[in-house]
Design a protein around this ligand. Structure first.
Ligand code: FYN
Ligand code: ADP
Length: 607
């Protein structure tokens, strides 16, 4: 199908063009369209809003749309598919949005989520806000209702001032009213999503825009191929020197890698920086695998110790937010004296957000790390052995303790025995992508399942939210074509579980493992009131999540032992067939709120 059409084909849009509220994009085109076309006259080629959107995305090498069709964007999904784009249609917009966000993180191209107006837009908005919070580039494109009616609040179909609602929840928000501005609108959305700190962008496309027509050549000329959408930002030499001087003087230095470092795709230089300096490093959860978790310099298994003891901490693409106890307090043994921080970040306003940063290095991670590396020569003194030795000692102790726990084969399974199976599978298939959400399922998996390659772990991120699971899994499979292992708490899975149909429909190589312990945190809570209802955290006992997958033609397995789990997982990864393993976990296993009990007001008060 061509992206231009003749005036004869365009005739259905004439009614629109003639409506008093309709705006013709191109006066000539409308006048031309109004004139009877002589049978022997050459047909002028026109294009329309639908095709301009598709052409603008394709021009910018965006080849995939995650979305959910409906008025007014159903035809856009059909036409995009006909024009060679991959259109992945979901069952709920939030998951399409999460898929777009994960695709953005994995590819450094903004993931596109396409929704209908009002409710569909709102469903996608949660994912847009989450993407912005996580610094993932995505664009939420939503169709919207008639501007004239919305602005006068006259009660249109799915009436909502979407642009105003989206604005505070994303990096930038734009609306395009004229077909001739589609190129600019998409270019601005792409540049906003990718440049500086990446994030979410909203693009509002009113229904009428799609049917507007214009001369095809003029339309083509109006499109913009964005040049250098994420320009390198070279750090100032004095900032680099200040950082190196601080690092040189450190007795107990530590490198902290965040998901910004994973996003930056500066893998070789980051590894070189760690290895040439000899400094121990700690990966935040989505930075796991930037260097293999089995690396001798990883301090992950001595986390509390290194956070308390380090004197100079180099943050690379990690914020001092709640996940790092804001850089202060007990976690950092503040009473023993404040740490000195070096922070590499692209966002200058991130600096000093929680504690004083002694040496900010502002720029893109690739350029900043390369600049630091430039100052590290053969004479660089590696950290004192007292420091690295003390870390190794604690690490070994924790690893040995963990090895014993992982070797146990209790019946029913607990988190450790089930996760040890997954750990072995990921070791055998380090290219597989792990998606992980839940409370205990998340916390145990983070420390038990070693990652070996960059950007292979996607999880609940900065907000610690549930519901990212199936959206992230679909995106990972679609953009990488690698096997995906989604490690899901039974509660977490419920947020996006209906997308198993999507997974089967596209026959994606995703194996979901539901850690089924009959409830949120665990399945043993009791209703204190004595009424017939179960406690708020308890689910249907012995539910068979595997049957959900079977309903849509995928493989469902009920695994009650580690051996059964191992067999099913190995087969799923090898066969690439959509699979759901209902992993039956001891319902008494699991702590309230996992490792973040301190954030739970009641539990925190009791402490
Ligand atoms: C880590 N550890 C290990 C290993 N890796 N021991 C042995 N072997 C290995 N491989 C040790 C590590 O040293 C810690 O022990 C402990 O295991 C936990 O490590 P983790 O998970 O890295 O650290 P911690 O303290 O849990 O990290 C804090 C956190 C994290 C806030 C960054 O909890 C987190 O990312 N939480 C997200 C939670 C969330 O979003 N939940 C969703 C909502 S749930 P010590 O060194 O002894 O401390 C709603 O209820
Ligand atoms: P984590 O949760 O893993 O600690 P965060 O999401 O808190 O990671 O931090 C990521 C940081 O990385 C953000 O402050 C963001 O500005 C920064 N960042 C993202 N991409 C880049 C980049 N290409 N160059 C420099 N900094 C980046």
């Amino acid at each position: 199908m061509s992206s231009v059409r003749t005036d004869k084909e365009a005739s259905t849009t004439l009614d629109d063009a003639l409506k008093p509220t309709s705006r013709a994009v191109d006066g000539d085109a409308v006048v031309r369209a109004l004139k009877p076309v002589a049978d022997d006259a050459p047909e002028a080629e026109t294009t329309d809003g639908f095709h301009l959107v598709i052409d603008a995305l394709k021009l910018n090498d965006i080849d995939t749309i995650f979305g959910l069709p409906g008025i007014p964007i159903t035809d856009l999904t059909r036409m995009a598919q006909a024009e060679g784009m991959r259109v992945i249609s979901f069952r709920h917009e939030q998951h399409a949005g999460n898929a777009a966000a994960a695709a953005g993180f994995l590819t450094q191209k903004p993931g596109i989520c396409l929704t209908v107006s009002a409710p569909g837009f709102l469903n996608g908005l949660t994912a847009l806000a989450n993407a912005t919070t996580n610094c993932f580039p995505m664009i939420l494109i939503s169709g919207s209702s008639e501007r004239e009616i919305v602005d006068l609040q006259q009660g249109d179909y799915e009436e909502m001032d979407q642009l105003a609602i989206a604005k505070p929840l994303c990096k930038a928000a734009f609306r395009v009213l004229h077909a001739e501005d589609i190129g600019v609108g998409i270019a601005r959305a792409i540049r906003s999503a990718l440049s500086g700190r990446p994030g979410g962008v909203y693009l509002d496309l009113p229904a009428k825009l799609f049917a507007q027509t214009m001369d095809a050549a003029k339309g083509k000329a109006s499109l913009i191929k964005v040049v250098d959408p994420a320009p390198r930002q070279i750090p100032a030499p004095d900032a680099v020197k200040r950082a190196l001087d601080l690092l040189k003087g450190a007795k107990k230095p530590l490198i902290l890698l965040g998901k910004g470092a994973a996003y930056a795709q500066a893998d070789a230089d980051i590894r070189a920086l760690v290895e040439k300096t000899g400094i121990p490093y700690l990966p935040m959860s989505m930075a796991k695998g930037l260097l293999p978790d089995t690396h001798v310099q990883s301090a992950a298994a001595a986390r509390s110790y290194v956070l308390q003891e380090a004197d100079v901490v180099l943050l690379i693409g990690a914020r001092l937010n709640w996940l790092l106890s804001h850089g202060k307090g007990k976690t950092w043994a503040e009473d023993k004296g404040a740490k000195q921080f070096i922070q590499i970040d692209i966002a200058p306003t991130e600096i000093d957000s929680n504690v004083a940063i002694a040496a900010p290095v502002i720029g893109d991670i690739g350029s900043c790390v390369a600049a630091l590396l430039g100052g590290i020569d053969a004479k660089w003194a590696k950290p004192p052995v007292e420091w690295t030795g003390a870390i190794a000692e604690r690490k070994d102790k924790n690893l040995s303790k963990m090895a014993v726990t992982l070797a146990a084969r209790p019946s029913p399974m607990n988190f450790h025995s089930a996760l040890s199976v997954i750990r072995d599978q990921v070791k055998a298939r380090p290219d597989a992508i792990v998606v992980n959400e839940g409370a205990n399922t998340l916390d145990f998996a983070r420390s038990i399942v070693d990652m070996y390659e960059p950007r292979k772990r996607l999880d609940v991120g900065t907000w610690g939210i549930m519901g990212i699971g199936m959206g992230f899994a679909v995106a990972a499979a679609v953009v990488t074509d690698k096997p995906v292992i989604a490690i899901e708490g039974d509660s977490a899975f419920g947020f996006s579980g209906m997308e198993v149909e999507t997974i089967c429909r596209y026959n994606l190589p995703i194996c979901i493992i539901v850690f089924n312990n009959n409830g949120v945190y665990r399945g043993t809570d009791v209703n204190a009131s004595g009424t017939a209802d179960v406690a708020p955290t308890v689910f249907v006992k012995n539910a068979r999540y595997d049957k959900l997958m079977e309903a849509f033609g995928g493989v469902g397995v009920n695994a009650t032992t580690a051996d059964e789990l191992q067999k099913a997982l190995t087969e799923a990864v090898a066969s690439r067939r959509p699979t759901l393993i209902n992993a039956v976990i001891d319902e008494t296993a699991g702590t309230e709120s996992g490792r973040i009990t301190s954030l739970n007001p009641a539990t925190a008060k009791k402490k």
